[in-house]
Ligand binder design. Structure first.
Ligand SMILES: [Zn+2]
Ligand SMILES: [Zn+2]
Length: 261
């Protein structure tokens, strides 16, 4: 892991239950960081299936607050509360999200009381404000996308590589801008073209975004059952000339890091 970035797809489905696909969650791993993008139902279990303890997480970034993207925040916080922090001295988890994160947290604390509370040093929450954020070891740029009011997409710039996440989104220029020249673009593909739904992407729209942005590899993600029954790659490839991969739970995609990074 010292010379590569790895994406581990923990959940590639939606809220409609599927034995093969858990709700949205993707882990971005570098030699230093364990960055979770969204944490829908099943994330805690999927982490353990992949031999990752929640104490290893360093960041969570939420794209929006639909339950299929955020609902495992409750078990993750409760799990961390029951972990022995002393044995993991120096561990810090920083949880970020768009506007509404602190309100969401207040609601959870009203429902669950102190059972979700960890020490303020160990777990901290932040709402996104500045569009460009420099963290130790990576840069994050976010943009508003078309789905829920607060919905955002993310562009991570790490060690000379660019990895983008649409979250849930319809077709929009902001997503093309975020994905510009990305090494990997993880775009949602909720439904096939014939059942396209406003505020979500279909394979042709995801292909158009990837082509317009000049991304090097397109990973389609977040499939409702009708999308699973459709030939998404064939449709997307009519609009995008690069490599297309369908995400699966447990799938890993690695990017080598340039030697100088
Ligand atoms: Zn959503
Ligand atoms: Zn969703």
């Amino acid at each position: 892991m010292t010379n590569q970035i790895e994406l581990l797809f923990l959940g590639t489905g939606t809220i409609l239950p599927s034995p093969r696909r858990s709700c949205s969650a993707t882990l971005l791993r570098t030699h230093k960081e364990r960055i979770l993008v969204d944490a829908g139902a099943g994330t805690l279990l999927r982490l353990r299936e992949n031999h990752i303890h929640p104490l290893e997480l360093t960041y969570i970034f939420f794209t929006h607050y639909h339950p299929d993207h955020v609902s495992d925040l409750v078990p993750i916080l409760f799990c961390l509360r029951n972990c022995s922090w002393e044995e993991n001295e120096g561990h810090r988890l920083r949880i970020w999200g768009p506007r509404g994160l602190l309100n969401h947290l207040r609601g959870l604390e009203q429902a669950y009381g102190r059972w979700l509370q960890n020490s303020g040093e160990e777990v901290k929450f932040y709402e996104l404000k500045r569009r460009l954020l420099d963290f130790p070891g990576f840069r994050l740029i976010w943009g508003k996308v078309i789905h829920k009011n607060e919905s955002v997409g993310y562009r991570f710039e790490i060690a000379g590589r660019v990895i983008c996440f649409s979250g849930d989104s319809g077709y929009c220029q902001e997503l093309i801008r975020l994905c510009n020249q990305a090494d990997l673009a993880v775009l949602e593909c909720s439904h096939p073209d014939e059942h396209a739904v406003e505020g979500h992407l279909s394979p042709s729209l995801a292909g158009k975004i990837a082509e317009a942005a000049g991304v090097k590899k397109l990973i389609l993600n977040h499939f409702y059952p009708d999308a699973e029954r459709s030939n998404l790659v064939e449709v997307a490839s009519k609009f995008y000339s690069g490599e297309i991969v369908l995400a699966e739970d447990g799938m890993k995609v690695s990017l080598p890091v340039p030697a100088t990074a």
